[in-house]
Design a protein around this ligand. Structure first.
Ligand code: ARG
Length: 568
């Protein structure tokens, strides 16, 4: 629809010029088009209120004047209602332009090139080493990866970074705990679980024996200064944790281009601390070095502890400078829970105060919290649900539903995995990211509701229909029925949906759009016989619509990390 909006905008501006003698900006018109709530008001509407101050006429007069003079091939009729210009798009436009365009472009349908020549760095997932990979990280993982896919789709070069939480004084505690009470075989077998037990034990014992804290600090110091034994232990912990995360990444189809975690910046921080000192930004606060942000109504940003060790913000500052130098990004996007909003506001401000010109290219993309069946999850109280367990339970349930529904399906295990994983992801990406999510498994798995299985099922149905239909017989398509036109109309909105999802960092725009496509396709499928229609041309047109739906869903589903099974 983007192309048509542009043509209509040009026409509106042309008529406005000859009737009212004023020039209008095309891009402003394009972005103001609206979709009327019901068909009787046409397919596209343009509110003339915005033109009133420029053209010095009432919106009604403007709408009426332009409607009367509007003569354009793709527009069957233009009317004016209450200050709105309403366009009734010709059916041929949907068949000759939209439908044909989708079929011709195929895998490229919906793509644009707005990001050409620019690089975007995306920091997502970023779990903490020696900590469980729990559902709190699901948001960063799937929202982040989806935002990456969306940016690639519109032409940006993207670098996905897994900024592992692999550095900090807690590793001194972990190492000490292992040295005191650890058992190699147990840790090797139990993985993160075992490491967490050791860490918890450290805190229990340190209550009784405060000496342990000092010894843990000494272990961290040894790690920082290159002690071989400690480095080997730390590397082993990283390996064990990542092995667990990777299993979930594989199932979710999540990938990264870099695993440079916090430790990667150890030797890059002194330079930034020096800059902070030279700019006179560091202040002593109870022995710690901080940047005072009271002028900006924020608490101070902590840079160095009193013992000189660095902190989370220090590493983020060094990482941002490194990424700018390495990738020369147009944007660096950080996807984390909204609990970290203040952290990002603080150090973004520090970057600006340090005089770096890329401060305005750092973007924090926060998301709300997740609860499961109404239960809030908190790491501290031990109430954690692992991403792996959530996926496992979805897959197991899907499998038992499918064993009943389609017991003869080949690769049942494989397909149950794709649907179960997809159900979790789809459910999570359906709501505005900033809203809190309450995960209800029954809703996520509903085969006939707003769900991943529903979407994948519609996609599989298009695949099966096309398989039966064989080659597309002719190339002249005609749109006849209301549900056909409705479907074509929804399909025409894919490109602009992607653009709005990119602009707002909002994968849910695409998820909800996919549902719209599936609903329109199922209505069409219900109302219009496809292969059993009487007329050859009708069959051809309906197969073409099915193919176009297949293309749009096939392009859209991967953008929200969904697999596309062809048979369910
Ligand atoms: N490891 C952090 C956590 O689990 C998230 C890191 C986000 N990225 C960043 N550059 N700060 O909370």
């Amino acid at each position: 629809m983007t192309e048509l909006k542009k043509l209509l905008a040009e026409k509106i501006s042309e008529i406005a010029k000859e009737s009212f003698g004023a020039s209008l900006e095309i891009s402003g018109i394009i972005s103001s088009f609206e979709y009327p709530p019901d068909d009787s008001m046409g397919d596209l509407a343009y509110p003339c209120f915005k033109l009133s101050p420029i053209l010095r006429k009432g919106p009604n007069v403007i709408a009426q004047t332009i409607a009367e003079k509007f003569d354009f091939p793709s527009v069957a009729k233009a009317t004016s209602i209450g200050g709105y210009l309403n366009f009734f798009i010709a059916d041929e436009y949907y068949s000759d332009q939209i439908l044909k365009g989708i079929l011709e472009k195929g895998k490229d349908y919906g793509k644009t090139n707005i990001g050409k020549g620019e690089t975007v760095v995306l920091d997502y997932s970023s779990p903490n080493i020696c900590k469980p990979f729990h559902v709190g990280h699901l948001g960063s993982t799937v929202i982040g990866h989806s935002i990456k896919k969306l940016h690639e789709f519109v032409g940006y070069k993207c670098v996905g970074v897994n900024h592992l939480g692999d550095w900090g004084t807690q590793f001194g505690k972990q190492i000490l705990a292992y040295k005191m009470w650890g058992n190699k075989e147990l840790v090797e077998k139990g993985g993160v679980d075992e490491l967490v037990k050791l860490y918890v034990r450290f805190h229990e014992e340190a209550e009784k024996d405060p000496e342990l804290e000092a010894r843990a600090r000494a272990e961290f110091h040894k790690l920082e200064t290159g002690d071989e034994e400690n480095i080997a232990l730390w590397k082993w912990f990283v390996k064990l944790t990542l092995a667990e995360c990777n299993r979930s990444y594989d199932r979710l189809g999540i990938t990264f281009d870099s695993y440079a975690g916090e430790s990667f910046y150890t030797d890059k921080m002194p330079e930034q601390v020096q800059v902070l000192k030279e700019k006179g930004l560091l202040k002593l606060d109870n022995g710690a070095s901080v940047v005072d942000l009271s002028e900006y109504n924020m608490p101070p940003c902590l840079i160095l502890k009193s013992d000189g060790s660095t902190l989370y913000p220090t590493r983020d500052i060094a990482a941002a400078v490194y990424r700018k130098r390495t990738y020369d990004f147009a944007k660096c996007i950080y996807v984390t829970s909204s609990q970290q909003c203040l952290h990002f506001q603080q150090w973004f401000k520090v970057i600006e105060l340090m005089g770096y010109d890329f401060a305005d290219k750092l973007v924090h993309v926060p998301y709300g919290t997740i609860s499961i069946n109404g239960e809030k999850l908190a790491t501290r109280s031990g109430n954690v649900v692992l991403i792996k367990d959530l996926i496992d339970s979805a897959v197991t349930k899907v499998k038992s539903i499918m064993q009943e529904k389609s017991p003869d399906l080949e690769n049942l295990d494989d397909i149950a995995e794709q649907i179960g994983v997809g159900a979790v992801v789809f459910y999570y990406l359906m709501n505005d990211r900033i809203k809190d999510t309450n995960f209800v498994m029954e809703e996520a798995l509903s085969f006939d509701g707003n769900s991943g299985p529903y979407a994948q099922y519609a996609y599989a149905r298009t695949c099966q229909l096309l398989k039966k239909a064989g080659e597309l017989p002719v190339t002249k398509y005609v749109i006849r029925e209301k549900t056909e036109k409705e479907l074509a109309k929804v399909l025409s909105k894919f490109g602009e949906t992607v653009l709005s999802a990119v602009k707002d960092y909002e994968p849910s725009d695409v998820t909800r759009y996919i549902l719209e496509v599936c609903v329109a396709f199922n209505r069409f499928y219900h109302d219009c016989p496809i292969l059993s229609a009487e007329d050859k041309d009708v069959i051809a047109s309906r197969i073409a619509l099915t193919k176009a739906t297949n293309i749009v869903l096939g392009n859209a589903l991967p953008l929200i990390c969904m697999k596309t099974p062809t048979k369910i």
